[in-house]
Design a binder for this molecule. Structure first.
Ligand code: SF4
Length: 217
């Protein structure tokens, strides 16, 4: 199972811990009762939010977080999404709810899941297709799990990948959220890099629609 790097680290470390194992298993059992990929993705997001709300309301925790509105460093990294999240986001694009730069998405998708190829793209073209001109996320309410659960507690300058290099930086302990996120990936049968998965999803839905129009002129 290909998981986002930070969630994979939590899962590998805590999958046999009784508390974290139970969070993972209970969430997975619940998600397996939900048959709509979009509803599953939204359930995972709600659970992550619920946990993080408690965590972030602690003033000691909040004081150490360097993430601020307008800082878009992590929106230039190779963000992962689950297949369910790809369904949710592709639906918003194809229904016209959200407009993106499709040429940029196609360009980014060429890196597939390869982080070396991704960081060879220039900084501007690595900008997430959902980042708007104000530096805000245009799909904030439906943003992927990884965009919800990763908080830097190092100096913000360590998050920058303008030079094409990822620097080690400390993150807030979000093991609980990472177990929920991992259950989401298991229920969705995996995931991958956002541009790659989203591009595949959009083009396959578009092909299906074209074929059905040809058969029913
Ligand atoms: S989905 Fe939103 S928060 Fe996540 S990388 Fe893209 S713009 Fe940033």
């Amino acid at each position: 199972m290909k998981l986002p790097a930070i969630a994979a680290k939590s899962f590998n470390q805590y999958q046999n811990h009784p508390v974290y194992r139970s969070i993972f298993q209970q969430t997975l059992n619940q998600l397996r009762q939900i048959f709509s990929p979009i509803a599953r993705a939204k359930t995972v997001h709600a659970k992550i939010e619920e946990h993080l709300k408690k965590n972030l309301s602690d003033p000691v925790v909040a004081k150490h977080i360097s993430c601020k509105k307008g800082c878009t460093a992590c929106c230039h990294t190779q963000v992962s999404i689950s297949h369910d999240e790809a369904e949710l986001l592709s639906n918003k694009i194809l229904s016209g709810t959200i407009k993106i730069n499709i040429d940029r998405l196609a360009h980014q998708a060429q890196a597939a899941d390869d982080s070396t190829k991704w960081y060879k793209l220039d900084y501007q073209s690595r900008q997430c297709v959902f980042l708007d001109s104000e530096g805000s996320c245009s799909v904030y309410a439906d943003r992927p799990s990884v965009c919800r659960s990763n908080y830097s507690i190092s100096d913000a300058s360590f998050c920058s990948t303008e030079d094409g290099v990822e620097k080690p930086h400390r993150l807030l302990n979000t093991h609980h959220s990472n177990m929920v996120l991992t259950a989401g990936y298991y229920a969705a049968k995996g995931g991958g890099a956002l541009p790659h998965l989203l591009w595949n999803k959009i083009t396959s839905k578009f092909d299906k629609k074209s074929r059905s129009n040809e058969n029913n002129p």
